[in-house]
Design a protein around this ligand. Structure first.
Ligand code: PLP
Length: 462
């Protein structure tokens, strides 16, 4: 299995190299050259299997010979052993035909643990074998950072730097990044918004001298291995609800388009997915793009679902690549226009392909809070605000197929918003109860590339 860049101008890599690189050297994102298919018999055979066994079956064809079967199986098993639910991604039911896929039973209580714990073990296996070290740099709107830090803290071969927008993540999210004592963990509070954090990370990757000097690796959702890990729970949930014998719809609270793109990959692999619904908060560039064809970034407006406060939706580039039928020049041209002019128009043919693949909806602030309150009244279920955006949009899209809404985080990560909706503080799970009393370790940084690079050089020289 070989990996190519969406912009067509970077070396073709094996899985392991694409995973270590993260971003391609032409600024594009890596994608498998072709998408392996599973037939109905193979999908049916997943029924009753453990999460880990399904993960092995679904991901194996993408790995090529980067790992042996035994190595890969043991990586998958280790990746999910710290999850606090035997099913890893259990389903609950909200109403007739509407299910919630609980993706918050990992160590940092958000779906990002599924990919990050997996990638942590992949990195460790690879770097051990090669005797190499890397510097991981990531931008986070809240949950990626804590998931990355939890997955990489204490690893010998890795330094991990996480940039988050100062004052714009919830206190629980911040503490999950700042309470760690391991020397290889560096939490950086940047004066700017999430798009600024993401832009500085991209700048560092595009500075090849720096990139090669510190051996930069990206674990943001641009990293293909993360998307791949997220494909798995579309299979486990769909099979639990009757796939391949019936089609399942999914609604996905979306920011950087990684999670929903994984659903699209699952569909391309042969999983009978009906509708794939994009659910955005008031930062609705994806919803507007599907509605009008204009992909135009406006300023980010901070919302009660901060992990989706994004206007530069990185993985959308991967969907565009397929919508343009693999025309890398068209992708490169649009991405250039996005960087220089703040937007572009999706061509008519590509727009039709996108509308064929995805539906979309949005929830504003009041609707998000009303959905948390309404679900609590109706079912006793306490939703996190991101999940609430999904549930609101999903309810507008219920049809003949079962609908699965992805519950992307635990409500206790967003206690203030949730309390305002349900009237009480959602408790942290017992194993995290001491989070608020642990000392924090964090460095404030300005939104300036050279300051950042200098700080990173200094820290890794130690
Ligand atoms: C990251 C995140 C999202 C958005 O996921 P993308 O893959 O970036 O679209 C939604 N909800 C929560 C809780 C998140 O942490």
């Amino acid at each position: 299995m070989r990996y190519i860049s969406t912009r067509g101008n970077a070396p073709v890599l094996a899985f392991e190299e694409a995973m270590l690189a993260g971003l391609a050297r032409d600024g594009g994102l890596y994608l498998p050259e072709s998408i392996p298919r599973m037939d109905a018999g193979e999908i049916a055979a997943l029924a009753g299997q453990s999460y880990e066994e399904t993960a092995f079956q679904v991901m194996r064809p993408f790995i090529g010979d980067s790992f042996t079967d035994d190595e890969f199986r043991s990586i998958v098993v280790r990746a999910y052993r710290d999850f606090r639910h035997g099913a890893r991604a259990p389903l609950t039911q909200l109403g007739p035909g509407h299910f919630l896929l609980e993706l918050f039973h990992g160590p940092t209580l958000a779906f990002k643990d599924f990919a990050m714990q997996f990638i942590g073990h992949l990195f460790q296996a690879t770097l051990d074998r090669r005797g190499e070290r890397v510097t991981i740099i990531g931008a986070t709107s809240g949950d990626t950072g804590s998931a990355a830090i939890d997955a990489f803290r204490g690893l010998e071969a890795v330094n991990v730097f996480i940039l988050f927008p100062h004052g714009r993540v919830s206190e629980v999210q911040r503490r999950q990044m700042t309470v760690h004592t391991e020397e290889n963990v560096h939490a950086l509070a940047l004066h700017g918004d999430f798009d600024d954090c993401q832009a500085r990370v991209k700048d560092m990757f595009n500075d090849f001298a720096f990139r090669d000097g510190v051996r930069l690796a990206a674990v943001n959702s641009i990293n293909w291995a993360r998307i791949l890990a997220q494909v798995v729970y579309y299979f486990t949930s769909a099979v639990a609800l009757g796939a391949p014998h019936r089609a399942i719809d999914f609604t996905v609270p979306t920011g950087n388009f990684g999670d929903i793109f994984a659903g699209w990959i699952a569909k391309r692999m042969g999983l009978p997915v009906g509708r794939l619904v994009i659910a955005t908060n008031q930062n609705d560039i994806l919803h507007r793009t599907l509605a009008t064809g204009d992909h135009v970034r406006l300023g980010v407006r901070p919302s009660v679902s901060p992990s989706m406060d994004i206007q530069v939706s990185s993985n959308f580039e991967r969907a565009l690549y397929f919508a343009y039928g693999g025309n890398t020049d068209a992708v490169a041209r649009d991405m250039e226009a996005l960087a220089t002019d703040g937007g572009f128009k999706v061509s008519q043919g590509a727009l039709e392909a996108l509308r064929d693949a995805f539906s979309s909806g949005r929830a504003d602030e009041a609707e998000t809070i009303e959905t948390i309150a309404g679900q609590y009244r109706a079912t006793g279920e306490v939703l996190c605000p991101h999940t609430a955006v999904g549930v609101k949009v999903a309810e507008e899209c219920l049809g003949p197929n079962p609908m699965v809404t992805l519950a992307t985080a635990h409500p206790a990560k967003f206690p203030d918003v949730v309390e305002s909706a349900v009237g009480h503080h959602p408790p942290l799970p017992p194993h995290m109860a001491n989070l608020n009393s642990r000392p924090e370790r964090v460095t404030e940084v300005s939104n300036d590339l050279s300051t950042l690079k200098e700080l990173i050089w200094r820290r890794i020289a130690k």
